[in-house]
Design a protein around this ligand. Structure first.
Ligand SMILES: Cc1cc2nc3c(=O)[nH]c(=O)nc-3n(C[C@H](O)[C@H](O)[C@H](O)COP(=O)(O)OP(=O)(O)OC[C@H]3O[C@@H](n4cnc5c(N)ncnc54)[C@H](O)[C@@H]3O)c2cc1C
Length: 337
């Protein structure tokens, strides 16, 4: 049975979809609520239910430790009656904004032994419209899709650049290094809601785990082009020195922002680590705790695997960051839902 879902104070209402989350129903109706992973991990879609009842899709719990006590995760719950929701923000989706493309591989290079940088060109005259920090879905030959963050800034719109870590046993990522220039891949974009406020001038700390650097690169290249002035720090957590696969980009940002703090965090001991300027030996969450006395009134933007984001979130909150100022882009493994 369908129920009516209303967004408080927005003058917007749409029908629920049986067996699908209220987030899915909103997106289907052209209403974008904050979201990232859509699998209950990142907490981006946490919001309040002002009236009415929700229940977990397929019986799952609708809250987790990333929610405030009065919040539920909109990606995990469906309407069990007519409901009024109070999301952190909302906007009307432009139905023409998301497009599918047949993109051609322009170059495919190994940036590290287990990281491919794939540059794709769109067909002549076509442009990718996205916001820095958003991601795309790539269709596999078995019909499933994988999500990858754009690493290029939005103004480089004639193609997309992806940083793909080779996951042992992974269906796509173990094949990516063998994709030859000229191959055609099916993409759909953009996806994801980037919660960063361009007007905010408070200090911002990016925390990237491995190829979580990709969306951070897109955002920082975009901020550089827009000449944004605010205190910026970047913690890049990797296993060993080879994981810092694009230090040249960091050097470029440093030329624009001499005050940029860069903290490379190596979790495994390795030769030559001591030669890396400012290196922290340990995980990204430990580096964050060691580098900042307080994260009160800081914005934190964290991108990487679910356990990494969970650890960084706990560290950031322990250092005084507020939950509203912690934004995450979680690389939940497996086919996209
Ligand atoms: C929003 C979003 C953005 C993403 N952006 C990027 C990106 O920019 N770069 C990038 O490299 N990846 C990114 N990912 C992850 C990516 O979508 C794939 O999950 C990943 O490349 C593995 O795909 P696969 O086909 O090789 O593995 P699959 O065949 O899907 O998985 C094979 C096995 O490996 C496990 N597995 C998959 N990924 C991991 C992992 N990271 N760590 C441990 N085990 C894993 C799976 O659980 C499964 O058991 C993103 C994911 C999301 C949701």
């Amino acid at each position: 049975m369908n129920h009516r879902i209303e967004i408080e104070g927005a003058g917007l209402a749409f029908d629920s979809i049986e067996g699908r989350s209220v987030l899915d129903a909103a997106l289907q109706a052209g209403v974008e609520l904050p979201y990232s992973c859509r699998k209950g991990v990142c907490g981006s879609c946490a919001g309040r239910v002002v009236s009415g009842q929700v229940q977990g899709v397929g019986g799952v719990a609708v809250q987790s430790d990333v929610c405030a006590p009065d919040q539920v995760l909109y990606c995990l719950c469906e309407a069990a009656s007519d409901v009024v929701l109070a999301p952190l923000s909302w906007k009307k989706l432009d139905p023409a904004a998301r497009k599918t493309f047949s993109a051609k591989v322009y170059s495919n290079e190994l940036a590290a032994p287990d990281i491919s940088v794939l540059r794709l060109r769109l067909p002549a005259g076509q442009r990718a419209k996205f916001q820095a920090g958003q991601y795309l879905r790539m269709r596999m030959d078995d019909g499933s899709t994988r999500s990858y963050s754009m690493a290029n800034p939005p103004h480089e719109s004639d193609g997309v650049t992806l940083h793909i870590r080779h996951v042992p046993g992974g269906y796509f990522s173990t094949r990516v290094a063998r994709i030859a220039p000229g191959a055609v891949l099916a993409l759909e974009l953009p996806f994801g809601h980037v919660a960063l406020d361009p007007e905010d001038t408070r200090p911002i700390v990016f925390v990237a785990g491995g190829t979580g650097f990709a969306p951070v690169k897109s955002i920082l290249d975009d901020m550089m082009r827009k000449r944004v002035q605010r205190p910026i720090a970047l913690v890049w957590g990797v296993r060993d020195a080879s994981g810092l696969y694009m230090r040249g980009a960091v050097e470029r940002w440093r030329r624009q922002w001499p005050q940029l703090r860069f903290i490379p965090a190596l979790s495994d001991a390795c030769d030559g680590a001591q030669d890396i300027q400012g290196v922290f030996m340990g995980r990204a969450d430990q580096a964050l705790q060691s580098a900042f006395d307080s994260l009160a009134d800081h914005v934190i933007h964290c991108c990487g695997s679910p356990p990494m984001v969970a650890a960084v979130r706990a560290a950031a909150l322990a250092q005084g960051a507020s939950a509203e100022d912690f934004h995450a882009d979680v690389f939940v493994p497996g086919p996209a839902t």
